[in-house]
Design a protein around this ligand. Structure first.
Ligand code: EPZ
Length: 424
């Protein structure tokens, strides 16, 4: 089994460049299906399993995707199916957002219901409710949702989201671009990745206003065309390296990090004693006194609050913190599975439902641990950098889904880290 081997205790220094945001690229690739003419050029696309899965999904529908370095060239003029392959949709929940573009352009979409995953059941009821509000009929049968637009196509509507769901906001926003009339999405997700998606949609000829706020207005247009778009940097990858720098760095520079996408993280690591300085091209971070974070209370919530995708990483950092910290995970039902793995390294953490209580210890000890989701994997790498001795991290398929060359980037920063494949 492939694993990452880390010898802890080595400080990291130098600079690392952050790639394009996974959670922006995925809906943007889906949105490329809306173009009935022209070619899209999507730039700064990271090399990730999830991105290749989404490219495979739209290719299976009839799009052509040409990859040159980190640029994806996409033509969606000859779409021949409205039913993405079952195995691809089951493998990656994010592919559910191809429903909106298919429904908008072709009046139909047949989607496998995504399974749950390690971090929770991950329902799609808000996606379905939103698309139905635009006039679609949704029939759930045999593990599939069959969406059908009314004769004459989707119609604009006012949609209130009970939860500011990132995916549901994306699906409804994309469906609304070709609907007749105006759609208003209230209590919309405000993540920067949704703003990036809206910017790409507008470059394609859509009319989306208010992305990044609670209320998004979309005025339907008759057709859309390909466009060129550079993906925003990945704030979660940036946050992962900033946290590593806050506990094990000698002043690392995270190039291409967008500080105003990282406000809650930067506030928390400064509260914990680390120092940060941002400039136009990135953010530098210096470790807390003695490289041990002061105790914190962290509560994850929807953007712009502290992101759930950086929860596991700060739990790892606080495992060797000074004093007792609390982490409240309000977004997902079951996102503390990394705690059991950190306990194998000596961490003293109690979990009670959505609350984790961390009693910081002097030193973690290296151990064999397994990633349970992609952000837990990154957290275990950070813990391995901090620990005494050797740590082996398994479950790398999780890490490969969302991190582009994590090992290589940490090696370049001076960490004693390597990846061994099955047969080594
Ligand atoms: C996106 O997932 C991200 N994935 C997740 O990142 C991220 O953790 C999550 O947003 C929250 O920020 C991508 O963008 C590909 P949600 P998504 O819909 O859209 C509930 C990573 O590590 N909900 O905002 O699936 C849901 O169960 C991944 O990169 C419903 O109840 O998240 C959850 O509790 C992990 N009904 C909450 O809303 C619905 O119809 C937030 O989910 C949809 C969601």
């Amino acid at each position: 089994m492939a694993k990452i081997i880390i010898e802890g205790g080595h400080r990291i220094e130098g600079s690392v460049r952050i790639g394009g945001a996974k959670n922006a690229v995925l809906p943007i690739l889906a949105a490329s299906l809306l173009a009935s003419s022209g070619t899209s050029h999507i730039e700064d696309v990271p090399s990730l399993l999830d991105v290749r899965n989404m490219a495979e999904t739209i290719t299976a529908l009839g799009a052509t995707v040409q990859v040159t370095g980190s640029t994806y060239q996409i033509r969606a003029t000859d779409i021949r199916s409205v039913e993405p392959p079952l195995d691809l949709v089951r493998r990656m929940r994010a592919s559910f957002v191809v429903a909106g573009p298919l429904l908008a352009r072709f009046g139909e979409a047949v989607m496998a219901l995504p399974g749950g995953c390690n971090i929770g059941p991950r329902p799609v009821d808000l996606h379905i409710k939103g698309l139905e509000a635009l006039g679609a009929r949704a029939v759930i049968e045999g593990g599939f949702v069959h969406f059908k637009a009314p004769r004459g196509g989707l119609r604009g509507a006012r949609v209130y989201l009970d939860i500011p769901s990132v995916g549901a906001t994306q699906n409804i926003m994309m469906a609304a671009t070709l609907a007749k009339g105006q759609t208003i999405i209230e209590n919309a997700a405000k993540e920067p990745e949704n703003v990036d998606l809206a910017n790409y949609l507008n470059a394609m000829g859509a009319r989306v206003r208010g992305a990044g706020t609670d209320t998004i207005r979309i005025d339907g247009v008759s057709a859309m065309h390909g466009a060129t778009h550079t993906v925003i940097p990945d704030r979660i990858e940036a946050g992962t390296f900033l946290l590593a720098g806050a506990v094990m760095g000698n002043g690392i520079y995270v190039e291409n990090a967008v500080s105003n996408h990282l406000t809650p993280l930067l506030a928390k690591i400064q509260e914990a004693g680390a120092e940060v300085a941002d400039d136009v091209t990135g953010v530098r971070v210096w470790p807390a006194e003695g490289s041990r974070l002061r105790a914190l209370d962290v509560k994850t919530h929807y953007y712009p609050a502290y992101p759930t995708d950086l929860q596991a990483q700060i739990v790892a950092g606080l495992a060797m913190g000074l004093g007792t910290s609390t982490i409240t995970e309000t977004v997902f039902e079951n996102r503390f599975m990394h705690v059991a793995e950190l306990r194998r390294m000596g961490a003293e953490i109690q979990v009670e439902g959505r609350l984790a209580i961390i009693d910081g210890i002097e030193k973690l000890s290296g151990a064999q641990v397994t990633a349970t989701d992609l952000r837990a994997g990154a957290a275990l790498v950070i813990a391995g950098l901090m620990a005494d001795g050797y740590t082996e991290v398994m479950g790398l398929h999780h890490i490969d889904r969302g991190y582009d060359n994590l090992v290589g980037k940490f090696q370049a920063l001076g960490a004693n880290i390597r990846r061994v494949e099955d047969d080594e």
